[in-house]
Design a protein around this ligand. Structure first.
Ligand SMILES: Cc1cc2nc3c(=O)[nH]c(=O)nc-3n(C[C@H](O)[C@H](O)[C@H](O)COP(=O)(O)O)c2cc1C
Length: 325
């Protein structure tokens, strides 16, 4: 079974497709391995490949495709706006085992959107149309798009829906916020539902899904075929199995505090590169631990103490205390 067939088979099931979101500097090969060990997503998105006239496939990101440890299909994400480069990059990626090529229409980092890439493209819908047309022609695996609702208002999504239909996009993920909202404010699941109703292909809802109850509620509100989870999976790698259990009508298993601490240890190992200084290593895992506060009794205390740590032992002591082991 090739990756496209694998993804089709997963999409054909009645339960929602569960995707691990692309997250720059987080969702690398080691992180995917860790997720898969704890139940794992149905499909994994790579960090974005930056695409411009001089770009080459970034080796570390490519490794997550060539050494995919999850046994699940991979979607390769690209960010850029130069059509010949995007087509070239898509062709290069299709030499590898990818189920889909995804176009990023949501990155809110100013350095990206000011160059009219990622979320910046949402200010120029005609330019997006040109990209969709060219990529649809070039992509023989599935062609997918991950978008926000718009740049500083939610009008772009209304203009994009007919373009997704016209250009035969195979799957659309919608993060229910605008670019300027970054990660603030509530997610507009009502607007995801409205867009979903106009898109014939599968739609994944994204944004703030942090529990199996959230997952059930979002599916109910939006009618989507799948869900994409990012930060919720960093702090709770069991979440994919918990959602599956919930949709099967079972009680979702909650890990013990000891299991959660063991996961932090595993995360530390997963982000460790041989030869790196302990301080650099500790600083590296802080990127992940930044998302652990939610659900704790005293999130701000945890974050403040964790950010001051300079040693592995100190970090684990803080985690142990706040995870209440
Ligand atoms: C650290 C970090 C890195 C991210 N990198 C990417 C990326 O490379 N491509 C992308 O489409 N979205 C990226 N995102 C956005 C996520 O994929 C997702 O849309 C967002 O976090 C909302 O989902 P969540 O509430 O489940 O985390 C990133 C988010 C975070 C927190």
């Amino acid at each position: 079974m090739n990756p496209v067939q694998h993804l089709d088979r997963l999409l054909a099931r009645p339960e929602p497709l569960l995707a691990l979101a692309p997250m720059q500097d987080v969702t690398d090969l080691g992180f995917w391995r860790l997720m898969a060990r704890h139940g794992g997503a149905d499909v994994y998105y790579t960090e974005y490949f930056r695409v411009h006239p001089d770009s080459h496939l970034e080796k570390d990101i490519l490794a997550s495709i060539t050494h995919n440890p999850t046994g699940r299909p991979v979607v390769a994400q690209m960010i850029g706006n130069d059509i010949p480069s995007l087509v070239r990059n898509a062709n290069e990626l299709q030499q590898h085992a990818v189920a889909a090529i995804d176009l990023n229409l949501g990155c809110p980092a100013p350095i990206v959107y000011k160059k009219c890439a990622g979320g910046g493209l949402l200010r120029d819908v005609p330019r997006i149309e040109g990209i969709l047309g060219a990529l649809r022609e070039a992509v023989r695996v599935k062609f997918t798009v991950k978008t926000r609702l718009g740049f500083d208002d939610t009008e772009a999504i209304d203009a994009l829906v007919p373009l997704f239909v016209k250009h035969g996009v195979d799957l659309v993920t919608i993060h229910g916020r605008t670019v300027t909202q970054m990660y603030r404010d509530g997610v507009r699941y009502d607007l995801i539902a409205k867009a979903r109703a106009g898109i014939p292909c599968p739609v994944l809802a994204n944004g703030n899904i942090g529990s199996h109850d959230d997952a059930a509620s979002v599916v109910r509100q939006t009618g989507v075929q799948g869900l994409m989870l990012g930060r919720g999976a960093i702090r709770n790698p069991w979440i994919f199995d918990q959602i599956r259990q919930h949709f099967r009508g079972e009680t979702a298993r909650q890990p013990s505090a000891g299991e959660r601490l063991a996961y932090v240890e595993e995360l530390y190992e997963a982000v460790t590169t041989p030869g790196t200084r302990e301080l650099d290593q500790v600083n590296r895992i802080k990127k992940h631990l930044n998302f652990f506060g939610e659900g704790m009794d005293d999130p701000q205390d945890f974050l403040n103490e964790m950010r001051r740590c300079t040693t592995r032992a100190g970090l684990m002591e803080v985690c142990e205390r706040h995870l209440k082991v």
